[in-house]
Design a protein around this ligand. Structure first.
Ligand code: ASP
Length: 308
Protein backbone atom coordinates (compact mmCIF):
# COMPACT_ATOMS: atom_id res chain seq x y z
CA UNK A 1 0.00 0.00 0.00
CA UNK A 2 1.23 3.41 -0.83
CA UNK A 3 0.95 5.98 1.94
CA UNK A 4 3.04 8.57 0.08
CA UNK A 5 4.09 9.99 3.40
CA UNK A 6 7.86 10.00 2.88
CA UNK A 7 9.38 12.92 1.04
CA UNK A 8 11.38 11.38 -1.83
CA UNK A 9 15.05 12.19 -2.19
CA UNK A 10 17.82 11.34 -4.64
CA UNK A 11 21.55 11.74 -3.95
CA UNK A 12 24.29 11.12 -6.51
CA UNK A 13 28.06 11.13 -6.84
CA UNK A 14 30.40 11.12 -9.81
CA UNK A 15 33.54 10.30 -7.87
CA UNK A 16 35.73 11.88 -5.20
CA UNK A 17 39.41 12.76 -5.13
CA UNK A 18 41.94 15.50 -5.66
CA UNK A 19 39.39 17.76 -7.32
CA UNK A 20 40.48 21.36 -6.75
CA UNK A 21 39.50 24.62 -8.41
CA UNK A 22 42.83 25.13 -10.13
CA UNK A 23 42.68 21.64 -11.66
CA UNK A 24 39.42 22.14 -13.56
CA UNK A 25 38.88 24.66 -16.34
CA UNK A 26 35.69 26.72 -16.20
CA UNK A 27 34.52 24.73 -19.20
CA UNK A 28 35.17 21.34 -17.58
CA UNK A 29 33.56 22.44 -14.36
CA UNK A 30 30.46 23.70 -16.17
CA UNK A 31 30.15 20.49 -18.18
CA UNK A 32 30.43 18.32 -15.07
CA UNK A 33 27.88 20.38 -13.16
CA UNK A 34 25.51 20.15 -16.13
CA UNK A 35 26.01 16.38 -16.37
CA UNK A 36 25.29 15.89 -12.66
CA UNK A 37 22.19 18.07 -12.91
CA UNK A 38 20.96 16.18 -15.95
CA UNK A 39 21.31 12.86 -14.13
CA UNK A 40 19.50 14.25 -11.08
CA UNK A 41 16.68 15.46 -13.30
CA UNK A 42 16.22 12.00 -14.79
CA UNK A 43 15.96 10.26 -11.42
CA UNK A 44 13.91 13.04 -9.85
CA UNK A 45 11.26 12.78 -12.58
CA UNK A 46 10.77 9.09 -11.72
CA UNK A 47 10.50 9.75 -7.98
CA UNK A 48 8.28 12.79 -8.45
CA UNK A 49 5.85 10.64 -10.44
CA UNK A 50 5.68 8.12 -7.59
CA UNK A 51 8.17 5.68 -9.15
CA UNK A 52 10.39 3.36 -7.16
CA UNK A 53 13.79 4.16 -5.70
CA UNK A 54 15.13 1.15 -7.61
CA UNK A 55 13.99 2.51 -10.99
CA UNK A 56 15.31 5.95 -10.08
CA UNK A 57 18.82 4.85 -9.12
CA UNK A 58 19.15 2.65 -12.20
CA UNK A 59 18.01 5.41 -14.57
CA UNK A 60 20.25 7.97 -12.87
CA UNK A 61 23.31 5.73 -12.97
CA UNK A 62 22.68 5.01 -16.67
CA UNK A 63 22.83 8.73 -17.45
CA UNK A 64 26.13 9.01 -15.60
CA UNK A 65 27.49 5.89 -17.33
CA UNK A 66 26.63 7.42 -20.72
CA UNK A 67 28.52 10.62 -19.89
CA UNK A 68 32.24 10.38 -20.67
CA UNK A 69 33.19 12.77 -17.85
CA UNK A 70 32.79 9.94 -15.38
CA UNK A 71 34.67 6.70 -14.90
CA UNK A 72 31.79 4.32 -15.64
CA UNK A 73 30.36 3.01 -18.89
CA UNK A 74 31.63 5.40 -21.60
CA UNK A 75 34.73 7.12 -20.24
CA UNK A 76 35.80 4.17 -18.06
CA UNK A 77 39.49 4.06 -17.20
CA UNK A 78 41.92 1.64 -18.83
CA UNK A 79 43.49 -1.41 -17.27
CA UNK A 80 47.26 -1.86 -17.40
CA UNK A 81 46.80 -3.90 -20.59
CA UNK A 82 44.79 -1.12 -22.23
CA UNK A 83 41.42 -2.86 -21.96
CA UNK A 84 38.29 -1.69 -20.17
CA UNK A 85 36.78 -3.83 -17.39
CA UNK A 86 33.72 -2.44 -15.64
CA UNK A 87 32.11 -3.26 -12.29
CA UNK A 88 28.60 -2.39 -11.08
CA UNK A 89 26.10 -3.24 -8.35
CA UNK A 90 22.50 -2.44 -7.50
CA UNK A 91 20.51 -3.20 -4.37
CA UNK A 92 16.85 -2.93 -3.41
CA UNK A 93 16.25 -1.98 0.23
CA UNK A 94 12.77 -3.51 0.30
CA UNK A 95 14.00 -7.08 0.37
CA UNK A 96 17.80 -6.69 0.15
CA UNK A 97 17.80 -8.22 -3.30
CA UNK A 98 21.04 -7.39 -5.03
CA UNK A 99 22.82 -7.87 -8.34
CA UNK A 100 26.42 -7.23 -9.27
CA UNK A 101 28.90 -7.70 -12.09
CA UNK A 102 32.68 -7.43 -12.26
CA UNK A 103 35.10 -7.17 -15.16
CA UNK A 104 32.47 -6.78 -17.88
CA UNK A 105 33.66 -5.46 -21.20
CA UNK A 106 30.85 -4.91 -23.67
CA UNK A 107 27.58 -3.97 -21.97
CA UNK A 108 26.73 -0.35 -22.67
CA UNK A 109 25.12 0.09 -19.23
CA UNK A 110 26.65 -2.22 -16.63
CA UNK A 111 24.14 -1.03 -14.00
CA UNK A 112 21.32 -2.51 -16.06
CA UNK A 113 23.30 -5.74 -16.33
CA UNK A 114 23.58 -5.77 -12.51
CA UNK A 115 19.83 -5.28 -12.25
CA UNK A 116 19.24 -8.08 -14.75
CA UNK A 117 21.45 -10.40 -12.67
CA UNK A 118 19.32 -9.48 -9.64
CA UNK A 119 16.00 -10.03 -11.37
CA UNK A 120 16.64 -12.74 -13.95
CA UNK A 121 19.28 -15.02 -12.50
CA UNK A 122 19.38 -17.14 -9.36
CA UNK A 123 22.67 -15.41 -8.46
CA UNK A 124 23.87 -12.15 -6.96
CA UNK A 125 27.30 -11.68 -8.52
CA UNK A 126 28.60 -12.63 -11.99
CA UNK A 127 32.02 -11.88 -13.42
CA UNK A 128 34.02 -11.47 -16.61
CA UNK A 129 33.29 -13.72 -19.63
CA UNK A 130 30.32 -15.30 -17.88
CA UNK A 131 28.78 -11.93 -17.10
CA UNK A 132 29.41 -10.76 -20.68
CA UNK A 133 27.69 -13.93 -21.92
CA UNK A 134 24.73 -13.41 -19.55
CA UNK A 135 24.40 -9.87 -20.89
CA UNK A 136 24.23 -11.08 -24.51
CA UNK A 137 21.85 -13.88 -23.54
CA UNK A 138 19.50 -11.27 -22.09
CA UNK A 139 19.74 -9.01 -25.14
CA UNK A 140 21.21 -6.06 -23.29
CA UNK A 141 22.68 -3.36 -25.50
CA UNK A 142 26.31 -4.15 -26.40
CA UNK A 143 28.97 -1.64 -27.44
CA UNK A 144 32.42 -2.08 -29.02
CA UNK A 145 35.64 -1.16 -27.14
CA UNK A 146 35.86 2.18 -29.03
CA UNK A 147 32.56 3.27 -27.51
CA UNK A 148 33.92 3.13 -23.95
CA UNK A 149 37.41 4.49 -24.70
CA UNK A 150 38.25 8.20 -24.52
CA UNK A 151 41.56 9.95 -25.30
CA UNK A 152 41.69 11.46 -21.79
CA UNK A 153 41.57 8.05 -20.12
CA UNK A 154 44.15 6.70 -22.59
CA UNK A 155 46.46 9.61 -21.69
CA UNK A 156 45.95 8.90 -17.97
CA UNK A 157 47.11 5.31 -18.54
CA UNK A 158 50.18 6.42 -20.49
CA UNK A 159 50.97 8.92 -17.77
CA UNK A 160 50.68 6.29 -15.08
CA UNK A 161 52.80 3.78 -16.99
CA UNK A 162 55.57 6.36 -17.19
CA UNK A 163 55.78 6.55 -13.39
CA UNK A 164 57.63 4.05 -11.28
CA UNK A 165 54.90 3.75 -8.68
CA UNK A 166 51.85 3.69 -10.88
CA UNK A 167 48.92 3.05 -8.59
CA UNK A 168 46.28 5.60 -9.71
CA UNK A 169 48.56 8.51 -8.97
CA UNK A 170 46.11 11.32 -9.57
CA UNK A 171 43.74 9.94 -6.94
CA UNK A 172 40.71 11.08 -8.86
CA UNK A 173 37.98 8.52 -8.55
CA UNK A 174 35.26 8.94 -11.15
CA UNK A 175 32.96 6.14 -10.11
CA UNK A 176 29.26 7.02 -10.29
CA UNK A 177 26.57 6.27 -7.75
CA UNK A 178 22.97 7.03 -6.88
CA UNK A 179 20.93 6.40 -3.75
CA UNK A 180 17.27 7.21 -3.34
CA UNK A 181 14.30 7.00 -1.04
CA UNK A 182 10.92 6.94 -2.75
CA UNK A 183 7.61 8.26 -1.55
CA UNK A 184 6.79 4.87 -0.04
CA UNK A 185 9.89 5.02 2.16
CA UNK A 186 11.82 2.37 0.19
CA UNK A 187 15.51 2.85 -0.53
CA UNK A 188 17.87 1.62 -3.26
CA UNK A 189 21.51 2.06 -4.21
CA UNK A 190 23.42 1.79 -7.51
CA UNK A 191 27.15 2.13 -8.17
CA UNK A 192 29.08 1.72 -11.42
CA UNK A 193 32.77 2.09 -12.28
CA UNK A 194 35.66 1.35 -14.59
CA UNK A 195 37.76 0.81 -11.45
CA UNK A 196 41.25 2.27 -11.17
CA UNK A 197 43.51 3.32 -14.03
CA UNK A 198 46.23 0.74 -14.59
CA UNK A 199 44.53 -2.02 -12.60
CA UNK A 200 45.91 -5.50 -13.32
CA UNK A 201 45.40 -9.14 -12.57
CA UNK A 202 41.60 -8.82 -12.91
CA UNK A 203 41.55 -6.55 -9.88
CA UNK A 204 38.06 -5.84 -8.51
CA UNK A 205 37.31 -2.88 -6.24
CA UNK A 206 34.63 -2.13 -3.69
CA UNK A 207 31.96 -0.99 -6.16
CA UNK A 208 30.36 -4.37 -7.01
CA UNK A 209 30.94 -5.89 -3.59
CA UNK A 210 27.64 -5.79 -1.72
CA UNK A 211 28.22 -4.14 1.64
CA UNK A 212 31.45 -2.43 0.57
CA UNK A 213 30.72 0.08 -2.22
CA UNK A 214 26.98 -0.51 -2.41
CA UNK A 215 24.26 -1.35 0.12
CA UNK A 216 20.54 -0.74 0.68
CA UNK A 217 18.32 -1.81 3.56
CA UNK A 218 14.93 -0.26 4.31
CA UNK A 219 15.64 -0.74 8.02
CA UNK A 220 18.33 1.94 7.73
CA UNK A 221 19.14 3.48 4.34
CA UNK A 222 21.13 3.23 1.13
CA UNK A 223 24.81 3.92 0.51
CA UNK A 224 27.06 4.27 -2.53
CA UNK A 225 30.82 4.81 -2.21
CA UNK A 226 33.70 6.10 -4.29
CA UNK A 227 37.39 6.05 -3.47
CA UNK A 228 40.33 3.73 -3.01
CA UNK A 229 38.45 0.45 -3.20
CA UNK A 230 41.10 -1.55 -1.35
CA UNK A 231 40.33 0.43 1.82
CA UNK A 232 36.57 0.54 1.32
CA UNK A 233 36.53 -3.25 1.08
CA UNK A 234 38.48 -3.66 4.32
CA UNK A 235 36.13 -1.27 6.15
CA UNK A 236 32.94 -2.80 4.60
CA UNK A 237 31.90 0.81 4.29
CA UNK A 238 28.34 0.71 2.96
CA UNK A 239 27.03 -2.01 5.23
CA UNK A 240 28.76 -0.54 8.28
CA UNK A 241 27.06 2.82 7.77
CA UNK A 242 23.68 1.07 7.63
CA UNK A 243 24.53 -1.13 10.61
CA UNK A 244 25.54 1.87 12.73
CA UNK A 245 22.24 3.60 12.01
CA UNK A 246 20.23 0.45 12.63
CA UNK A 247 21.98 -0.96 15.67
CA UNK A 248 23.59 2.04 17.34
CA UNK A 249 20.81 4.45 16.40
CA UNK A 250 23.34 6.89 14.96
CA UNK A 251 22.11 9.71 12.76
CA UNK A 252 23.01 9.58 9.09
CA UNK A 253 25.75 12.22 9.33
CA UNK A 254 27.44 10.64 12.35
CA UNK A 255 27.36 7.19 10.77
CA UNK A 256 28.77 8.42 7.46
CA UNK A 257 31.46 10.58 9.09
CA UNK A 258 32.52 7.77 11.45
CA UNK A 259 33.02 5.27 8.68
CA UNK A 260 34.88 7.71 6.42
CA UNK A 261 37.11 8.53 9.40
CA UNK A 262 37.76 4.80 9.76
CA UNK A 263 38.69 4.55 6.07
CA UNK A 264 41.04 7.50 6.60
CA UNK A 265 42.62 5.82 9.63
CA UNK A 266 43.39 2.80 7.44
CA UNK A 267 45.04 5.15 4.93
CA UNK A 268 42.23 5.37 2.37
CA UNK A 269 40.58 8.33 0.67
CA UNK A 270 37.16 8.75 -0.88
CA UNK A 271 33.57 9.41 0.02
CA UNK A 272 30.01 8.18 0.35
CA UNK A 273 26.46 9.29 -0.31
CA UNK A 274 23.69 8.12 2.00
CA UNK A 275 19.91 8.42 2.24
CA UNK A 276 17.77 6.99 5.01
CA UNK A 277 14.34 5.47 4.63
CA UNK A 278 13.07 8.44 6.68
CA UNK A 279 14.27 10.80 3.95
CA UNK A 280 17.47 12.21 5.42
CA UNK A 281 20.64 12.45 3.37
CA UNK A 282 24.36 12.96 3.89
CA UNK A 283 27.60 13.22 1.96
CA UNK A 284 30.90 12.44 3.64
CA UNK A 285 34.36 12.51 2.04
CA UNK A 286 37.96 13.03 3.09
CA UNK A 287 39.21 14.31 -0.28
CA UNK A 288 39.36 17.92 -1.55
CA UNK A 289 36.25 17.34 -3.63
CA UNK A 290 33.48 15.01 -4.64
CA UNK A 291 31.23 15.40 -7.67
CA UNK A 292 27.82 15.22 -6.07
CA UNK A 293 24.21 16.33 -6.11
CA UNK A 294 20.90 16.05 -4.33
CA UNK A 295 17.33 16.36 -5.56
CA UNK A 296 14.05 16.49 -3.67
CA UNK A 297 10.67 18.15 -4.07
CA UNK A 298 12.47 21.36 -3.03
CA UNK A 299 14.73 21.33 -6.10
CA UNK A 300 18.17 20.19 -7.30
CA UNK A 301 21.64 21.16 -6.16
CA UNK A 302 25.06 20.04 -7.42
CA UNK A 303 28.47 20.64 -5.87
CA UNK A 304 32.10 19.73 -6.50
CA UNK A 305 34.44 21.19 -3.89
CA UNK A 306 34.48 20.51 -0.16
CA UNK A 307 33.65 24.12 0.74
CA UNK A 308 30.41 24.23 -1.24
N1 ASP B 1 36.00 2.70 -5.79
C1 ASP B 1 36.41 2.43 -7.13
C2 ASP B 1 37.34 1.25 -7.16
O1 ASP B 1 38.17 1.11 -6.27
C3 ASP B 1 37.12 3.58 -7.78
C4 ASP B 1 36.37 4.87 -7.76
O2 ASP B 1 35.67 5.18 -6.79
O3 ASP B 1 36.48 5.64 -8.74
O4 ASP B 1 37.29 0.50 -8.10
Amino acid sequence: MSDRSTPWKLVIHGGAGVIERHLLSAEQEGAIRAALDHALKTGAAILEAGGSALDAVEATARELEDDAHFNAGRGSVFTYQGTIEMDAAIMDGRNRNAGAVAGVTATRNPITLARTVMEQSPHVFLSREGADQFSRDHDLEQAPPEYFATPERRAALEDMRSQADYFDADLKYGTVGAVAVDSNGHVAAATSTGGLTGKRWARIGDTPLIGCGTYADDRAGAVSATGAGEFFIRATVAQEICARMRMLGEGVRTAADSVIADVGALGGTGGVIVVTSAGEAAFAFNTPGMYRGVASADGRRVAIYADE
